[in-house]
Design a protein around this ligand. Structure first.
Ligand SMILES: Nc1ncnc2c1ncn2[C@@H]1O[C@H](COP(=O)(O)OP(=O)(O)OP(=O)(O)O)[C@@H](O)[C@H]1O
Ligand SMILES: [Mg+2]
Length: 227
């Protein structure tokens, strides 16, 4: 089974102000890994490093034996999808329909019309089909968040890196999203979940970590926070 192996990771945005020093973590593609930590501890930074947006780290990040350092964001995106914490930053087009078509087909404009069936199904599942042709600037925060989740469903088979995936969602949508994670888990598809709301995920989690003092620490099953 594939996994992302992070070993001895050190990173600083500014010299002398490190976010990680010699942090290590393994993310198996068939497991659900949960990561928490205080505001500002480096969770989003880790996502940015894994997705290829930040390259100035030392240490090793591999997928199996492949060193990810020279691999571009676009190339990584073939096997990893990163849901950003800030909902609007997941949006790549003007309307939900256009956004999902772009996730599905890239810039190829000559795609088969039958591909809309997948987009319809995804939007129906996330209760956003009535919004599909609305411009984003007319949507609410939670509605925009749902479009980001829809892009995940278009990329169903990839490894999902989820930075605060349920913040801003109502209870119905949280339930639907948890069901989706359960279904994927049953198919052997895992993800990294970063959240401050561990109660929702407790039955799904295989391994549980916490960022503290610039390190990533493993926590025993069922415990979530170091007090
Ligand atoms: N582009 C940047 N340049 C400089 N410093 C940054 C940058 N982005 C984040 N930081 C700093 O790095 C630290 C880690 O930020 P990060 O966003 O990774 O935290 P986080 O754990 O995701 O927090 P939260 O729970 O609030 O989302 C913070 O102190 C933040 O101010
Ligand atoms: Mg963050």
């Amino acid at each position: 089974m594939k996994s992302i192996k992070i070993k001895d990771l050190s990173f600083a945005y500014q010299l002398g102000n490190s976010i990680f020093t010699n942090a290590s973590l393994e993310l198996p593609f068939n497991e659900i890994t949960f990561l928490n930590g205080a505001n500002g501890s480096g969770k989003t930074t880790l996502c940015r490093i894994l997705s290829g947006l930040e390259k100035g780290y030392t240490g090793f990040i591999n997928i199996n034996d492949l060193d990810l350092k020279p691999v571009s964001f676009t190339e990584r995106a073939k096997s990893i999808i990163y849901l950003k914490q800030e909902p609007l930053s997941n949006i790549v087009a003007a309307t939900p329909e256009e956004d999902l078509a772009l996730w599905q087909h890239g810039f190829d404009k000559h795609y088969d019309e039958s591909s809309s069936e997948l987009r319809e199904r995804v939007m129906e599942r996330l209760r956003i089909n009535d919004l599909k042709d609305k411009p984003f600037w007319e949507l609410s925060g939670g509605q925009i968040k749902r479009i980001g989740l829809a892009a995940l469903l278009i990329n169903y088979d990839k490894y999902w890196i989820l930075d605060e995936p349920i913040s801003g969602l109502d209870n119905t949508l949280i339930r639907i999203f948890i069901e989706i994670l359960e279904e994927r888990k049953a198919l052997g598809k895992g993800c990294l979940i970063i959240s401050h709301k561990e109660d929702y995920f407790v039955n799904l989690i295989d391994k549980n970590y916490f960022i503290e003092n610039k390190k990533i620490e493993s926590l025993p099953r069922g415990t979530f926070e170091k007090i």
